[in-house]
Design a protein around this ligand. Structure first.
Ligand code: PMH
Length: 374
């Protein structure tokens, strides 16, 4: 059986993942380790493949959002330490303990509930501090006091790390970023007074790690930049490290026709040919995450830009061609062709969103190919 029958696929260049990790490795202090963030199936790149490559390239930890994601990494045979960012029900923590998956906690009540569970092995946890992101985490000295009190009476729980997350590390205005760093430092000093054992601290995402490498602690949590995308326009302009995008998205022409003035294309007949023109059809649509808002965006055919015309359908997209091309001609929707490139940032701009969302929105129906082409 062929791996795929439909010529639509994403190429994942694992060498680019290795390159991007090397770039950040050179920038951060030697004492700072790398936690590769592979949640959401490695930002749509494939968590197992990216995770393995990241570990082979010097990352020491993997991080995911869900326990499910951690378990699928374990199932694939990955034995490296894994941190889950999200909340896991106390009823389920025995699975994390069994699989040696580190969980995040930020509630005293959660710890109390965990203490009532039967655990064969100790549960490793990292404590989350909310220094300004406003998502999850403890925020005050009083909360810290109370949680440490319960932690002292939690024999099955082993605290190995503490972290926070920045809300604006990728922006030009660093007011909140600096405030968050100060709050973290204040809580850290208090905590060290209360807790005798050494724990690991980590704060920095891609933006913070690449822009302010000397402010990192024991680990960085390296996400978007590992995939070769800059966290924001500000960081792209500053270019603190060089990055290579790992993902490209391709399809092939499955139909080519000449249409005459007045011909209409696709649902709603929103596109009318102005004259005789060539139109190609590619087998990708909104069910692949190639959403209807992308009508009008340009794709590459033989290194030239061609616009998407008419509405994008569930499984098909039409493009206006400058001439006839053979069936099977490659169409690049994200990535390089010839001298030109359509970037995830171009797509994000068209959709009024961020490149993170573009990477994540390419649906599971699109096969990810590693080191092979189609
Ligand atoms: N650490 C935490 C806790 C995160 O939630 C994320 C990304 C990262 C690190 C990595 O950030 P980076 O990709 O900018 O390097 N989390 C998300 C999010 O929840 N929405 O967008 C990115």
């Amino acid at each position: 059986m062929k791996a795929l029958y439909r010529p639509t696929w994403a190429n994942i260049n694992l060498e680019a993942i290795g390159y991007n990790i090397n770039q950040i490795r050179k920038r951060i202090p030697a004492k700072t380790g790398i936690m590769a963030v592979v949640k959401a199936d490695g930002y749509g790149h494939g968590a197992v493949e990216v995770g393995r490559k990241a570990l082979a390239s010097g990352a020491e930890w993997l991080a995911v959002a869900l326990l499910e994601e951690a378990l699928s990494l374990r199932k694939a045979g990955i034995n490296a330490p894994i941190l889950v960012f999200g909340w896991v029900s106390p009823e389920d923590v025995h699975i994390a303990a069994q699989e040696q998956v580190t969980l995040t906690f930020f509630q005293k009540e959660w710890l109390e509930a965990v203490n009532k569970q039967e655990l064969d092995k100790p549960l490793q946890v990292h404590m989350k501090w909310d220094t300004g992101m406003g998502r999850v985490g403890i925020r005050s000295a009083d909360e810290l006091d109370a949680i440490v009190e319960v932690l002292r009476q939690s024999p099955k729980v082993s605290l190995t790390g503490i972290y926070t997350h920045f809300a604006t590390a990728d922006e030009a205005d660093l007011t909140l970023f600096n405030e968050q760093q100060e709050r973290f430092q204040t809580l850290k000093s208090m905590f060290e007074f209360m807790w005798p054992d050494r724990v690991n601290y980590h704060t920095g995402n891609s933006a913070a790690a690449s822009r302010f490498p000397d402010h990192m602690y024991d680990y960085i949590r390296f996400g978007i930049a590992m995939y070769g995308l800059y966290p924001s326009a500000v960081t792209k302009k500053e270019h603190p490290i060089d990055l290579k995008p790992a993902l490209s998205l391709h399809s092939r022409l499955t139909h080519v026709k000449e249409v005459y003035k007045g011909a209409t294309i696709s649902y709603g007949a929103t596109y009318h040919a102005n004259s005789t023109e060539w139109v190609g059809t590619i087998p990708i649509g909104y069910a692949d995450g190639w959403i209807r808002k992308l009508q009008g965006v340009e794709v590459l055919v033989e290194g030239k830009r061609m616009p998407v015309v008419g509405r994008i359908c569930m499984d098909r997209t039409m493009i206006k061609l400058d001439q006839s091309y053979p069936i099977g001609t490659r169409v690049t929707l994200i990535g390089c062709q010839g001298e030109d490139e359509v970037t995830a940032d171009d797509i994000a701009e068209k959709l009024d969103t961020i490149n993170y969302e573009v990477a994540c929105m390419i649906s599971e129906r699109v096969p990810r190919l590693y080191g092979v082409d189609f």
